[in-house]
Design a protein around this ligand. Structure first.
Ligand code: TYD
Length: 206
C-alpha cells in the first residue's frame, strides 16, 4: 500500500506521520517512511537546489521539472522496490504537491503539470492520499509558534499563495475522490492523528 500525505504549511502532517509509523510498526507492518522532494541521495540533491533560499529567481517551469525529476528517481529507486517487498510506503508529499503548488498556486495549470509528471511517474498513483486541510492563517501561525522548525523559501510566500494551494488541493480531492481522504487539520494533534489513522486502518482491512 502506497500512502501519501499532503497539505499546506503547518498542517501538523509531519507530527501525525511519525505517530502513524509507530502505530503501524507496533501492529507488525513493515513501513518505509520517505518524503518529497527527496527520499534518495540524488533526489535529496535536487531538493537542495529547489529549496535553496539563494534560488529565488528560479523559473516556475524549471522548478516543476526538478520536482518531477526528483520524483522519478524516488519512485524507481525506493518506492516501487519497497512495495514489491510487501512494505507499506508512507510518503510526505508526492505528485499532488506538484499539482497544487506548481499547477495551481504558481499558475502553470494542473493538467499541464499532470502531463509533465506522467513521464516521470508512468501513471503510478498512491492507493490513498490524506489531505491535511487547514486555513492558511492557522497553519502559518503554528509554524511561527514552533521555533524549532526551519523556515524555507516557500513559507515566506504571500498568504494568497497559501490560499491558492489549499483551494487547489480541495479541487484535487474532488477530482480524485477514490484515493483522497480529507483530514480536518484544525483539530488537536490527537484528533488529527485519529482521523488519519482510522482511514488507513479502514483501507488496510478492506
Ligand atoms: P518541506 O520543508 O518538506 O515542507 P513541509 O514540511 O511543509 O512538507 O518543503 C517542501 C516544500 O516543497 C513545500 O513548501 C511544498 C513544496 N513542494 C512543491 O511545491 N511541489 C512538489 O512537488 C513537492 C513535493 C513539494
Amino acid at each position: 500500500m502506497f500512502i501519501t500525505f499532503e497539505g499546506g504549511e503547518g498542517s501538523g502532517k509531519s507530527t501525525a506521520i511519525k505517530k502513524i509509523v509507530e502505530t503501524l510498526q507496533k501492529e507488525g507492518y513493515e513501513v518505509v517512511l520517505t518524503r518529497e522532494p527527496g527520499g534518495t541521495p540524488i533526489s535529496e540533491e535536487i531538493r537542495n537546489v529547489i529549496l535553496d533560499k539563494k534560488n529565488t529567481n528560479m523559473d516556475p517551469r524549471t522548478e516543476a521539472l526538478l520536482y518531477a525529476a526528483s520524483r522519478r528517481q524516488h519512485i524507481v529507486e525506493k518506492i516501487i522496490p519497497a512495495l514489491k517487498e510487501g512494505k507499506i510506503v508512507l510518503c510526505d508529499r508526492y505528485l499532488d504537491s506538484s499539482l497544487a503548488y506548481q499547477g495551481g498556486a504558481r499558475g502553470l495549470g494542473v493538467d499541464k503539470i499532470l502531463e509533465v509528471n506522467q513521464y516521470a511517474t508512468d501513471g503510478f498513483e498512491p492507493d490513498l492520499t490524506l489531505l491535511f486541510d487547514i486555513e492558511p492563517e492557522k497553519g502559518l501561525a503554528r509554524i511561527a509558534a514552533n521555533a524549532g522548525r526551519e523556515v524555507n523559501r516557500l513559507d515566506l510566500e504571500k498568504i494568497q499563495f497559501h490560499h491558492d494551494v489549499r483551494n487547489a488541493f480541495l479541487g484535487l480531492a474532488k477530482r480524485f475522490p477514490q484515493r483522497y481522504f480529507i483530514v480536518d487539520a484544525s483539530k488537536s494533534i490527537e484528533e488529527v492523528f485519529n482521523q488519519a489513522m482510522n482511514e488507513i486502518e479502514r483501507r488496510l482491512h478492506k
